[in-house]
Design a protein around this ligand. Structure first.
Ligand SMILES: C[S@@+](CC[C@H](N)C(=O)[O-])C[C@H]1O[C@@H](n2cnc3c(N)ncnc32)[C@H](O)[C@@H]1O
Length: 351
């Protein structure tokens, strides 16, 4: 069995997809990139019905989603070993494989999607890559329907809902259906299980999930573990032009970097917005101090914003300071100011 790691997943997936057909993969990747970024993109299953685009998706795009989900899961330091996963809106199983990468293996898992094609293709692709059969059940069901049709016969440690809530619709009138899915999912979790909701880092999708977070906070039915557990109202939502999202730095293999350059896509960071939730009685501790901006540099002073239980804070540090504490952070990172040498970072309250 080949062992997949963050270092080799992308290249191995690309090589595996390439080995499936003699034709060049790059024109199909470019075609798919155009299709995915056009205003009215087709559904995932439409692309998966076309063998050339399916191969491009599995070999080039899906590994990026897998890496993104794995990066987020790793950043949470969850105490699971071989967790049981329920992947909602699974598509080609990026959530399950992200967890596989993050935890180095999984117990039995279930994937749910209204379309069976992408799930089958994703499973076959990853089993081929790992050269072994995996204990993953595929369930074709509508997540807007009763959980009776999609709940697993075990209590999952982690439920992942990646890039699916935005497909329910955008804006306040869709909040209720998203909230319903969240409460149904939470009721299925193990006592100490977590629900990880991941959405695109776009302004619209991120602000939707921020509004959902505020609603969940208000109703006190769930524990918010990340990104901002103790803030009653998201401060970034109060202004029109901000949105909270996380960035994970990402080193691409050389072969794929060349393709990125050909299609004009910069992947220095993997970006997403997200929510990590659990039942109120879970034992998970949350992190209270989170960086919510990029690095700003003006008049010799570096600045970043942080969201904390004490409100919205500004961190500043002299550009000349060699410790580079602010420069070395990433957007979305949870940090602990008590570990910084004294007096180097000034912390002030935003009004
Ligand atoms: C953009 S894909 C995300 C796939 C995968 N989770 C990922 O992150 O790469 C969204 C998936 O959600 C599924 N989906 C959307 N609405 C659904 C619903 N009401 N019930 C079940 N699946 C749904 C779609 O079929 C699609 O496969």
């Amino acid at each position: 069995m080949s062992v997949l790691s963050r270092m080799n997943l992308e290249y191995q997936a690309f090589a595996h997809a390439k080995s499936k057909h003699a034709s060049d993969l790059v024109p199909d990747i470019r075609l798919l990139w155009k299709a995915l970024t056009q205003e009215r993109a087709d559904s995932l299953s439409d692309y998966f019905r076309k063998p050339a685009l399916r191969r491009a998706y599995l070999g080039y795009y899906m590994p990026l989603y897998v890496m993104k989900i794995a990066s987020l899961l790793e950043s949470l330091h969850l105490p699971f070993k071989n967790p049981k996963i329920l992947d909602l809106g699974a598509g080609p199983l990026s959530g399950i494989f992200g967890a596989h990468l993050a935890f180095g293996g999984l117990a039995k898992s279930v994937a749910v999607d209204r379309e069976i094609g992408p799930m089958r293709a994703g499973l076959e692709f990853f089993e081929g890559l790992l050269n072994k059969k995996l204990d993953i059940k595929l369930v074709q069901a509508n997540l807007r329907g009763p959980p009776y049709f999609w709940k697993p016969d075990f209590k999952p440690d982690i439920i992942i809902a990646a890039h699916v809530l935005n497909e329910f619709g955008s804006g306040s009138r869709y909040l209720e259906s998203k909230q319903l899915l969240i409460s149904q999912a939470l009721s299925l979790l193990d006592k100490n299980g977590v629900l990880v909701v991941i959405e695109p880092a776009s302004k619209v999708a991120s602000r939707d999930i921020m509004a959902l977070r505020d609603r969940l906070y208000e109703e006190h039915q769930v524990k918010i573990i990340a990104p901002c557990p103790e803030v009653a109202r998201c401060p970034l939502l109060l202004s029109r032009n901000n949105w909270c999202h996380a960035e994970f730095s990402h080193r691409r293999p050389q072969e794929l970097l060349r393709i990125d350059q050909q299609i004009g896509f910069d992947r220095e960071f993997l970006k997403c917005s997200y929510l990590v939730l659990s039942k109120p009685e879970s034992e998970h501790r949350h992190q209270d101090f989170r960086i919510v901006s990029g690095l700003m540099n003006a008049d010799g002073v570096l600045r970043r914003y942080a969201c904390t239980s004490k409100g919205f804070l500004t961190l500043s540090q002299s550009v000349r300071d060699k410790t580079q504490i602010l420069a070395n952070m990433t957007r979305g990172e949870a940090v602990d100011p008590s570990t910084w040498p004294k007096n180097l970072v000034k912390i002030s309250k935003e009004t």
